[in-house]
Write a protein that binds this ligand. Structure first.
Ligand SMILES: [Zn+2]
Length: 865
């Protein structure tokens, strides 16, 4: 038996067109339509069959097929995180990645995960990053690699260390490394310096531009007067002293005019011998300042002494003032690399697109890259310094030798081996043998961004590879994204990534920044497992946190608060109920033996498959664009509107009251099983725990498998039947007229007559109901009435007790090639039938008597013929 809409009656052009309805694709989809209003009305219907689930159905209760599942309706309080933990273990979450890698998929997707976090407990911003990473890797289901970094991860470090030298080792590599320039260092105060600056105007004998001034303490020393953009008349006297070794702007002015960068302060913040015997070994912060004042007094150059209060840089960790002083550092000249990098970035996809400009701007602001640091721990820079002269030694021979040693023994060799063993034989003989060696290994280490920035060389095999995706917060535009790009471009003229996804930061409820001092930092562990007071901080579970991330527009700043988390929990709760309905109604269904071929299914069931494949395509696309917010919106609209409010309210009678193996019921179950599969797979990357929990409850699964080990969404192209939209939507339009005429009433207590003028609309509707009047047709199921009569002419006699509504519907087929507007009339009268005690539809002939359908089902006869 088929319900696949067989047009009957006389052939006409319209009929031919109508027949085309059921032939695959071409039509546009019509999101929205009057759908929202129409389907909102559906919710108000108190259809008799809807009450079955909760009613005590008396003596017929056992003959009704109510949903059966052990899938819980709710997980309360601690149950949520507990269940999630259980599922993680049962479904092997921790082994999933190695399982994926073992399968050696032909095309691996490489998400190169960024460096781990430096210190402290993770906060919700970290959770944001990790959730996005997780959703992506679960959806892509293939490869994910963690980046190397300068942080204590022994395995990663070994690789990063030995490879970190590579760019340095290539002769002629485009890294121009040179010594001498600026870096911030040490903490000290410089009260003396400040005062000197404040008094500069009065100390100097002014002769602007070409003039010079005499030094107040050093006889015969002339200092030139120089113009500089950073000095203005609006601040102070318009004259400032310049200390080239103690500030970036001063250094620039001095470089421009070829002035020496003498630094009289050493690493400990005390004056060196060059400052003269009176100042040598005095701390610039403390006694040094007093000595300077005394010297000025003695030379009669001090006009006035007073304390000034002004802003000054402090070290955030030690809370001590900082002295800026010049120190020798290693720099990479990135001018050429930047030019190449900008060209290569044109082929990289940035999400959001604006991140590309932001990255180029940060790169433009950086003239050189300072890659050396003075720390106790890190990857050494393999340079040898002359013990007495200002000379250093590094070339391809020395570097190759160090690389071999590090590969064999690890990077500690730099600190543990004697210098003569760190140099190759050839170099030693050139300098006159080990005994004559006057070079010592340098003490500088590499910037950790250099370490983590070269992680691509370990993660991406071969010289040609680019990772499919780098995904980090916007702070990495000047950090890891950039150091990865610059090292990769320098070493192999390639960007290390094909796509860069950049997310924003998390903010508090009112958009305020989260910080420890404000006390508004949200701990993801508290969100998942709850705080000390479960009333104030309930355990939401990981899925709620994940849903919040997915739903947010992560490309801007993201807010988090209890109300946002509660809304996420409510969303998931509604989804859980939808899934429970699906699971409960596929009890006793075996897809292998009970499935109904698509073209034989009820039109409304086929329509659901049509919507499903459209949903699946859109969701797959949204995941590809990393637009998880869209995935959530699509899913939420589908399970609240299309499923709960619309489809489920229509099909309950068929599911509960027909024979278990009635093809009408099997048709519906076929659609439900497919719906369950698509919805669960769609949501699985975002809510892995819920998805796996559902999979454990699928009644026909012989051996429950993990949703993540059974592939992505599968739909069929034959599900696509855009013409069905015209049938369903036109019927819904007429049903809206019907329901609108009996506000607040039970539609099942009315019979409805549809009068449609002959034409396309009539032909379409006629396919849903072969008989003139029926209480069991597809049309009547959609109308949810006691019975439906379909006419092409006004009925001859009407009773007085009628309500009439008129309307029109525009049929739009073949992408607008076929358009026909038809008018219809809906005539509503109270039914004369009685309520069937089994199905509660108003289709029984007398009170307490079963309706014909129910009496056949109960008596065990097959109702279909
Ligand atoms: Zn009945």
């Amino acid at each position: 038996m088929r319900w696949g809409l067989h047009p009957r009656g006389p052939g006409a052009a319209a009929l031919a067109a109508a027949r085309n309805l059921w032939v695959p694709p071409r039509l546009r989809c019509r999101p929205g339509w009057q759908g929202t209003t129409g389907r909102l009305l559906v919710r108000s219907v108190t259809g008799a069959s809807n009450q079955l689930q909760s009613s005590n159905n008396g003596r017929y209760r056992d003959t009704v097929l109510l949903p059966q599942t052990s899938f819980p309706m709710k997980l309360l309080g601690q149950q949520q995180p507990d269940t999630e933990l259980e599922i993680q273990q049962k479904c092997g979450f921790s082994e999933l990645y190695s399982w994926q890698r073992e399968r050696k998929a032909k095309t691996e997707f490489c998400l190169h995960d960024g460096p781990p976090y430096a210190n402290g407990d993770p906060h919700v911003g970290h959770a944001l990053n990790k959730v996005i990473t997780e959703i992506t890797s679960r959806q892509r289901g293939r490869q994910r690699e963690r980046g190397g970094s300068g942080l204590p991860d022994p395995e990663t470090m070994t690789q990063a260390e030995s490879r970190g030298f590579n760019p340095l080792s290539h002769p002629g590599a485009p890294f121009e490394i040179f010594l001498n320039s600026f870096n911030r260092e040490r903490e000290c105060t410089s009260r003396g310096e400040q005062q000197a600056e404040g008094e500069a105007g009065s100390l100097l004998s002014v002769d602007l531009e070409t003039g010079t001034c005499a030094h107040p303490l050093t006889p015969h020393k002339d200092s030139p007067l120089l113009p500089a953009n950073h000095v203005t008349m609006t601040k102070g006297t318009g004259l400032v002293h310049t200390a080239p070794a103690h500030g970036m702007e001063d250094y620039s002015v001095a470089s421009q005019h070829n002035l020496p960068t003498d630094c009289l302060v050493d690493e400990d913040g005390v004056f060196t011998d060059v400052a003269g015997p009176e100042l040598q070994n005095k701390s610039v912060l403390e006694e040094g300042t007093d000595v300077v004042i005394k010297m000025l007094q003695a030379s009669k150059h001090l006009l006035k002494e007073e304390k000034l209060v002004h802003s000054y840089p402090y070290d955030w960790r030690t809370k001590k003032p900082v002295v800026i002083r010049a120190s020798k550092q290693w720099f990479v000249n990135i001018t050429d690399i930047k030019a190449t990098a900008k060209e290569l970035l044109k082929k990289v996809k940035f999400i959001p697109g604006s991140a590309l400009n932001a990255m180029v701007e940060t790169m433009d602001r950086r003239p050189y890259w300072c890659i050396s640091r003075q720390r106790v721990w890190g990857v050494p820079i393999p340079v040898f310094h002359h013990k007495t002269k200002d000379e250093f030694l590094i070339n391809s021979q020395t570097t190759e030798h160090i690389i071999k040693l590090v590969e064999q023994h690890g990077s500690d060799v730099w600190w543990t081996l004697p210098p003569e063993q760190l140099l190759p034989e050839e170099v030693l003989s050139q300098v006159g043998g080990p005994d004559a060696l006057e070079y010592a290994p340098g003490q500088d280490i590499l910037d950790i961004w250099f370490d983590s920035g070269t992680s691509w060389s370990c993660v991406l095999p071969g010289t040609d590879q680019r990772a499919d995706l780098y995904l980090e917060g916007k702070d990495q535009l000047g950090g890891w994204f950039q150091s990865s790009l610059l090292t990769s471009v320098a070493a192999r003229k390639k960007a290390p990534f094909k796509t860069v996804v950049v997310h924003g930061f998390t903010l508090g409820e009112k958009g305020e920044k989260m910080s420890k001092s404000l006390g508004n930092v949200i701990d993801p562990d508290v969100v998942i497992n709850g705080g000390q007071d479960p009333n104030k901080e309930p355990p939401y579970g990981a899925d709620v946190l994940r849903w919040w991330v997915a739903e947010s527009n992560v490309f801007t700043e993201v807010t988090i608060s209890p109300s946002v988390l509660n809304a996420a929990r409510d969303d998931i709760s509604k989804l859980r109920n939808t899934l429970r309905f699906l699971l409960g109604n596929i009890a006793g269904f075996n897809p292998e033996t009970d499935s109904v071929p698509v073209n034989d299914m009820y039109v409304i069931d086929q329509y659901m498959l049509h919507l499903l494949q459209d949903l699946a395509n859109k969701i797959t696309d949204a995941y590809k664009q990393y637009d998880f917010g869209k995935v959530v919106r699509l899913l939420r609209a589908f399970y609240t509107r299309e499923l709960s409010s619309f489809y489920f309210s229509i099909i309950k009678d068929r599911l509960y009251c027909e024979n278990a193996d009635d093809p009408k019921r099997r048709s519906c179950q076929t659609a439900l099983a497919e719906t369950l599969d698509v919805v669960v797979r769609s949501v699985a990357p975002i809510l892995p725990h819920l998805a796996e929990e559902v999979f454990q409850h699928i009644p026909y699964a012989k051996e429950p498998k993990s949703v993540f080990r059974t592939g992505w969404i599968r739909t069929s192209s034959i599900w696509k039947k855009p013409g069905l939209e015209e049938a369903i939507e036109s019927t819904c339009a007429m049903r809206d007229s019907f329901l609108g005429s009996i506000p607040g009433k039970n539609a099942a207590e009315y019979k409805v007559t549809l009068v449609i003028e002959p034409g396309l609309l009539f032909e379409i509707i006629e396919m849903l109901q072969a008989e003139e009047t029926s209480s069991t047709s597809q049309l009547n199921e959609l109308m949810m009435a006691s019975q439906t009569t379909l006419l092409s002419q006004e009925p001859r006699s009407t009773t007085t007790d009628v309500i009439e509504r008129k309307g029109t519907f525009l049929i739009n087929l073949e992408g607008g090639d076929i358009r026909e507007e038809s008018s219809y009339k809906v005539i509503v009268t109270p039914t004369t039938k009685e309520k069937c005690p089994r199905c509660w539809k108003y289709t029984a002939e007398s009170p307490d008597a079963l309706c014909p359908r129910c009496s056949e089902v109960v008596s065990g006869k097959s109702w279909t013929s």
